[in-house]
Design a protein around this ligand. Sequence first.
Ligand SMILES: Nc1ncnc2c1ncn2[C@@H]1O[C@H](COP(=O)(O)OP(=O)(O)O)[C@@H](O)[C@H]1O
Ligand SMILES: [Mg+2]
Length: 218
Amino acid sequence: MLQVRDLCYKNILHDVSFSLQRGSFCVVAGANASGKTTLLRCIKGLYKHDGDVEMDEKCFLVFQDPDTQIIGSTVEKDLGFGIEDKSRIAQVASAFGLEGLMDRKPSTLSGGEKRRLAIADAIVSGARILLLDEIFSNLDYPSIRMVIKTLKDLRDDGVTIVLVTHEIEKVLALSDYLVILDHGRIAHQGRTEELFSLVDWEAHGIRAKGKLESMLWQ
Ligand SMILES: Nc1ncnc2c1ncn2[C@@H]1O[C@H](COP(=O)(O)OP(=O)(O)O)[C@@H](O)[C@H]1O
Ligand SMILES: [Mg+2]
C-alpha cells in the first residue's frame, strides 16, 4: 500500500494525492519538467515536503541514472552493499540474469545490465515498493525488452511499482493504474484501461498513438 495525500513541494508539486494497493503497477506519465522526478524523491523522503506519504512496505528509489546508485567495485559487492543477510544475493542475481557477471566492475556493464543491477539492488534490500525513474532512458531495444521482462516478473510477484516516464508506449499496457502529471498537478488519474481513451494526451505533451494493448515493447 502506498498513500500520497496533499503532497506539495515548493512551487513544483501541488496537492498531489493518490493511493495504490499492494501489488499495483502505476505509471506516472508527464512531459519534461512536469514534476515526476521530484514526486518520486518526495515519496522516498529525500525532500522535505508538505502533505503525507504512508506506506506499509520497504520502498526503494531507482534513480534515472544508474551510475549514481551503483557503488560497489563489483556486481556482487554492489548487490551486497549495506546488506547484512547475504543469503538472498545469489538467488536475486540469478533472477535478474546477473549470475555470470558477479565479478565484473559495474562500469563495464551494458546499459541494460546496469539497469537490471539497479533494480536487483532494490530487491536484495527487501524493498516491495519500487519507485522507478525513467527506467528506459539510454537503453536500446533488446535492453528495454529485458527490463520489461523484469518488470513483468516483479508485478507477478506482487511488488508495488510506481514507474514515471514520458515514454508511455513502452510500458503502459503493463500498468493497472495511471496518473497524469502536468505542471506539478495531477491532471487525471484512474484505472489505466478506463482512463486511457478519455485523455487528451497531446494536451499534456505526451505521445500516445495506437491502442492501449500495443503500448508495450516486447
Ligand atoms: N532542486 C530544484 N530546485 C528548483 N527547481 C527544481 C529542482 N528540481 C527540479 N526543479 C524544477 O521542478 C520542475 C520539475 O522537475 P522534475 O521533477 O525534474 O520534472 P520531470 O522529472 O517530470 O522532468 C522543473 O521545472 C524543474 O526545473
Ligand atoms: Mg525526471
